[in-house]
Structure formats: structure tokens, C-alpha cells
Design a protein around this ligand. Structure first.
Ligand SMILES: [Zn+2]
Length: 432
């Protein structure tokens, strides 16, 4: 009797474990609201609301009057938010009535997990394994491409990237993608850019591939990325447990005013900064590689690719002081924005992080700029616009145009950086 009861318990435990994997988070009837905050009273109400309930997912924080904010509201809170908006005379529009519809629709644009790397393309989104297999395939096709394995994630998945180096004397450009798991357009755009650098016939792209060495990491948060396919499409962090909650926002985990404004010390929050500076294996792997190689490989430029909001931002994110080369970074960012608009008419905005989006501390771009002295460092927020109804679930037909815009921005920005002399010392070295 006793043993049969144990069999039942074991069977149930196995069943729950199986269900946990096969039963991803659902967002049926979750609504997206776009709010226009006008008064201090409204700011405080929204701050309290974010603090008190995880049934409201904030895309950013309420900070000040004259600010827009997107929030996602669980269905059982619709009546509450409707009453609150009315009581506080808060203007809001409903961007979307059912988040799950978007996620369901996206399923047909995801290639199956076992897709051979030869079938990799930019009309679909791809699983982590397919991206890594595609990277390995490129290594067999291009002798000037080298695999870099940075280390391993919390779940012991390798952090793979590649280096494309045609001339050891070139300055290097580091491209960090997929640090936020749900921003699928980031790895998709980065692999597109890599493919163009490898294969394009366009003179401006060829020049980019010849005059700079490229270090590209398509997915620096592999555990989180995998989890967005299997567990929760809207997951942002890595997956390491902290108490009852889990996941650290890796882009709040760097030693640039760590755990300051725009980061949380609560592990249940989407912008949890981690247990300490670089507490996460993914952050540590990046920090180690960059510290060791910033001089050796002459990494002079760093791009961190995110979505959404259509922004091209430079340091700082954690303080309002302007960086010493502020005017240059304004000029380079502006060239990027203009090139994007010329490509498909999409409007991006450029500026310092704290002036453009919201305060954020512990992010990679601030850290590489401040700690390593990489003078040209930008965070891209790709499509869609700030009031996007898709947020991170960008339709797959927008992958190629979005990535073309990114590539055009890189061409223009590195051109302007060259004109401003950022890569000159390396050219001199080349002549020696
Ligand atoms: Zn992001």
C-alpha cells in the first residue's frame, strides 16, 4: 500500500515537471495601455501600482509629469485600471486587447527547432540551436571568420560569437545582441548584419567588412532566449533563481553605478540588478573578454542591440552629466538616424540614454564607455515605435527591413566616426 502511494506521488511529480515544460505562460486578454502622465499625483499612483501588484507589467517606470508609459494589464485587473484611470483623470488609450493573439499569430513565423542551418533565413524567427548551427555553418564557408566561445551561461549553455578579421591592424567593432531575451529582433538583425558583412556586394558594406574587424555575439543571454520559446514569450532576464523568483536583468548587472536609478534590488522585478556587480555568469564572461581584449583587439566601438522604441542612444544612462565627447556622439548618432530614415522612411531618435528614454544603471554600454574607455558606444532600440502595439513581438516580415535599417546606420555611423578621427591611431599603427 505504502509503496503504491509512493508510485503515485512519483508519477505526479513527473507529470507536473513535464507539464511545466510543455505549458508556457499565457497572456489571454492581457491589455496594453498607453498612458499620458500629466500630474505628480498620477506619477505617484502609478509608482504605487507598480510596487504593489505584479498583475501590471510596466514597460519603463512612472517618473514625472509629461511622460508616456505603456503598461500591460492582466484581465482580472481591467475593471480596477478602468476605475483608476477615471478617478485620477489619467489619459490612456488601449493599444491592444489581447496579448495572446499576437503571440499565437507569431507561432507560424517560427522555424521548428530542428531546422537545418542551410534553411536559416530572415523571413522567420529561429531557435537558439538553429542560430548556433548557422554560425558554425558560416565558419566552414568563410576562412576569415573565427568562433569565440565566451564561456557558459547559468544553465551551462555556451555563449557563442564570431570574429571577422580581415586585417589584424583594423579597429574592432563589438556587437552585443540578445541580452534581453524577448527582444527577438535583436539576434535576427545581428545575424543579418553578419551575413551582409560576409557576403554583400555593396561597396559600402564591403568597406565596412574590410576596414574594421567585427566581433558579433547574436545571443548573449542564451538561457533567457530559449525560455522565451519554451516558457514565457515575454521573459527579459536570464534564468538564475533568487529566492522564490528568478532572473537577473543582465543589462543592469554591469559595474556602472550598479543598482542605481532604473534598476531594482527585488528579484521578482523585470529590471532586477542581480546579487552584486557582475554576479551573473553571462555578464562575467562578457566583462572578462572585453577587459582582456579591448587593447589587444583595439575595440573602439560597441553596439548593444535592443528593441523597441526606435532609438540610437549613447552614455550616460545613470547620470545627467554629459560625456566628454558628447558633441561627437550626437553627430555620429544623427548620421545613424538619417541613414535609417533614408532606408525605409522609419523615424528613429538619437541622444544620450538618460535624456532619451529613462535612467538606467548597470548597463553594458555605460560600462564599456566608463570602465574600458571605448569612446563610441551606442544602444539601439530597434522597431517598433514607442507606442508600438506589438512591443517585442515584431512581425517576422519586419525582420529584413529593420535589419537593413540597422546596417545602414552602422555604415553611416562608422563613416562619421572615421571622419571624426576615432579610428585614426589604428591606421597610424598600421603604417608602422
Ligand atoms: Zn532591451
Amino acid at each position: 500500500m505504502e509503496s503504491s502511494r509512493w508510485v503515485l506521488v512519483v508519477a505526479l511529480v513527473i507529470a507536473i515537471a513535464t507539464v511545466a515544460n510543455a505549458d508556457p505562460a499565457r497572456y489571454d486578454h492581457f491589455r496594453l495601455y498607453r498612458l499620458l502622465i500629466q500630474t505628480q499625483e498620477q506619477v505617484e499612483m502609478l509608482q504605487q501600482l507598480e510596487e504593489q501588484s505584479d498583475s501590471y507589467a510596466f514597460m519603463g517606470h512612472a517618473r514625472q509629469p509629461n511622460q508616456n508609459l505603456t503598461i500591460m494589464v492582466a484581465p482580472h485587473k481591467i475593471a480596477e485600471i478602468t476605475e483608476l484611470l477615471s478617478r485620477y483623470e489619467l489619459q490612456g488609450t488601449i493599444l491592444l486587447y489581447n496579448m495572446q493573439n499576437l503571440i499565437d499569430r507569431e507561432q507560424s513565423t517560427i522555424k521548428p527547432k530542428n531546422t537545418p542551418p542551410e534553411e536559416f533565413n530572415w523571413h522567420f524567427y529561429h531557435h537558439l540551436d538553429t542560430i548556433n548551427a548557422w554560425l558554425r555553418l558560416q565558419l566552414t564557408r568563410h576562412s576569415d571568420l573565427e568562433l569565440i566561445e565566451l564561456g557558459a551561461s547559468y544553465e551551462n549553455q555556451s555563449l557563442y560569437g564570431v570574429k571577422l578579421a580581415k586585417n589584424p591592424a583594423n579597429s574592432a567593432i563589438f556587437v552585443e545582441c540578445g541580452i534581453h531575451a524577448r527582444e527577438w529582433i535583436s539576434p535576427a538583425s545581428c545575424t543579418f548584419v553578419l551575413n551582409e558583412l560576409l557576403t554583400s556586394d555593396r561597396a559600402d558594406v564591403r568597406q565596412l567588412a574590410d576596414s574594421f574587424n567585427w566581433i558579433i555575439f547574436p545571443v548573449v543571454n542564451p538561457d533567457g532566449y530559449r525560455y522565451t520559446f519554451e516558457g514565457d514569450r515575454l521573459w527579459r532576464k536570464n534564468t538564475k533563481p533568487y529566492g522564490l523568483c528568478r532572473g537577473v536583468d543582465l543589462n543592469r548587472n554591469f559595474a556602472s553605478d550598479w543598482n542605481g536609478p532604473g534598476a531594482s534590488s527585488d528579484p521578482c522585478r523585470y529590471d532586477f540588478a542581480g546579487g552584486s556587480e557582475a554576479s551573473e555568469p553571462e555578464t562575467r564572461a562578457l566583462v572578462r573578454f572585453l577587459t582582456e581584449n579591448v587593447e589587444k583587439l583595439r575595440i573602439r566601438t560597441y553596439f548593444s542591440i535592443h528593441s523597441f522604441s526606435q532609438l540610437v542612444m549613447f552614455p550616460y544612462g545613470y547620470k545627467t552629466d554629459r560625456v566628454p565627447n558628447y558633441d561627437d556622439l550626437v553627430a555620429i548618432g544623427q548620421k545613424g538616424v538619417e541613414a535609417i530614415e533614408r532606408t525605409h522612411g522609419t523615424k528613429y531618435v538619437s541622444g544620450a540614454m538618460i535624456e532619451t528614454i529613462y535612467p538606467s544603471s548597470g548597463d553594458s554600454v555605460d560600462w564599456v564607455y566608463s570602465a574600458l574607455g571605448i569612446p563610441v558606444a551606442y544602444t539601439f532600440e530597434l522597431r517598433g515605435p514607442p507606442d508600438s502595439t506589438n512591443m517585442f513581438v515584431l512581425p517576422a516580415e519586419e525582420i529584413i527591413p529593420t535589419a537593413e535599417e540597422l546596417l545602414a546606420a552602422l555604415v553611416a555611423m562608422l563613416g562619421e566616426g572615421t571622419r571624426l578621427g576615432y579610428y585614426e591611431s589604428d591606421t597610424n599603427r598600421q603604417e608602422l
